[in-house]
Design a protein around this ligand. Structure first.
Ligand code: SF4
Length: 381
């Protein structure tokens, strides 16, 4: 049964140099048809299996950029969502946003449509670095938008930051952290740059034209991030996420808890009835399929018992609370120690994992090499 719903809005007014998400440049796209198609996709799914959506706790508008839509388009999208899904019971209704797109009428459309959390793509407070990333906003946009959002009634806001950027120095990162924390927001996310294939950065990197900080500098930046967040009482609750009391991202926690969620929109992923699935990514194909009353399903994969156990560990260990022995056994009918006893012992010896009576979690050292630790939980066939 879905605990959350993800809705993908694949339009952007700018294309960032590092981005490998499913997105297209807004201009000349069939945006209105897309909004109608998303509404219809949700309606078809709820009509087919209403029981899957009875207990949803979160809706998350991601992208692309949901705030690339006009206020009128946002209102239309939220009207579809609210008229089909039981949104009056939600704990959290989030939208991603770009700081230079959040006008007063869009903020009002969002709040009137039930959105109660904004996640803003700020990335850096260094104008030169923002330019390198291909971002178009300025620091003033961030300050003004946050003020305006507060005035309109948003008290739950998060910003995304990035480190390990081309040419980024420790001083620049510290300055960005300081400026971000001065805003005293309830939630912060910070990710290191990964150069993904099919991005401008990838081409530059392949040509030797992208100078990235060394692995050691990146680790120092991560260390500084954790230190600065702790100094300002933003508790780290996941490898890359920090929050004040009571402001963790409920929607993202659904992913890390390895629970089920529905995904709607072009290229969206979902996990329902033990099946992971993804939709067609090309916008035209997505719209046409729905107009023909068909599900826009590209692929699905029934998750095996072993894969479920592995995912529980990979995803759960991202959280500071780690993975609970009790919940693991309740979910899979087998104790974690029976499946992973040797792995856990070895990782403890290497000082990468901690164990207490409740369960296991990454050590401080383990957080720096999370992916290596996760791989150790792959089960033999
Ligand atoms: S990072 Fe966000 S705003 Fe930039 S291109 Fe990707 S989806 Fe669009």
């Amino acid at each position: 049964m879905a605990r959350g719903v993800y809705i993908h809005i694949p339009f952007c007014h700018q294309i960032c140099n590092y981005c490998d998400f499913n997105k297209v440049f807004f201009k000349n796209q069939p945006v209105d048809e897309y909004i109608e198609a998303v509404g219809k996709e949700i309606e078809m799914a709820v009509r087919k299996s209403p029981e899957q959506f009875q207990e949803i706790e979160t809706v998350y508008l991601g992208g692309g950029t949901p705030t690339a839509l006009s206020a009128k388009q946002i209102t239309r999208l939220l009207h579809h969502i609210n008229s089909i899904l039981p949104t009056d019971q939600l704990i959290e209704f989030s939208s991603e946003a770009n700081p230079d797109e959040l006008t007063e009428d869009k903020l009002e459309a969002l709040i009137n449509g039930g959105v109660n959390r904004l996640s803003m793509g700020v990335q850096s407070f260094d104008q030169q670095l923002l330019k390198k990333l291909g971002r178009t906003h300025t620091n003033e946009h961030v300050y003004e938008t946050i003020e305006l959002a507060k005035k309109i009634g948003f008290d739950n806001m998060s910003i995304d930051l990035m480190y390990g950027l081309p040419g980024q120095t420790m001083e620049q990162w510290e300055d960005t952290l300081m400026k971000a924390l001065e805003l005293d927001l309830p939630h912060y996310s910070a990710y290191s740059l990964i150069v993904e294939p099919k991005t401008i950065f990838y081409i530059q990197y392949a040509k030797g034209k992208l100078s990235l900080p060394t692995e050691d500098s990146e680790a120092d930046m991560y260390e500084l991030l954790m230190k600065k967040m702790a100094e300002k009482q933003k508790e780290q609750y996941e490898i890359s996420n920090f929050a004040m009391d009571g402001h963790i991202s409920t929607h993202n926690k659904i992913y890390w808890d390895n629970d089920e969620y529905a995904g709607f929109g072009a290229g969206a992923h979902g996990y329902l009835r033990g099946i992971r699935y993804s939709n067609y990514a090309p916008i035209k194909k997505y719209i046409e399929t729905i107009q023909n009353n068909e599900q826009p399903l590209l692929r699905e994969h029934k998750v095996s018992f072993e894969e479920k156990c592995e995912e529980q560990m990979f995803l759960g260990l991202r959280k500071n609370e780690g993975v609970s022995f009790e919940q693991f056994e309740k979910k899979f009918g087998v104790s974690m120690k029976k499946l992973y006893g040797n792995t856990i012992e070895q990782l403890k010896i290497e000082d990468l994992l901690l164990e207490d009576e409740k369960g296991v979690k990454l050590s401080h050292k383990g957080r720096f090499v999370g992916n290596e630790v996760f791989q150790r939980f792959l089960l033999e066939d």
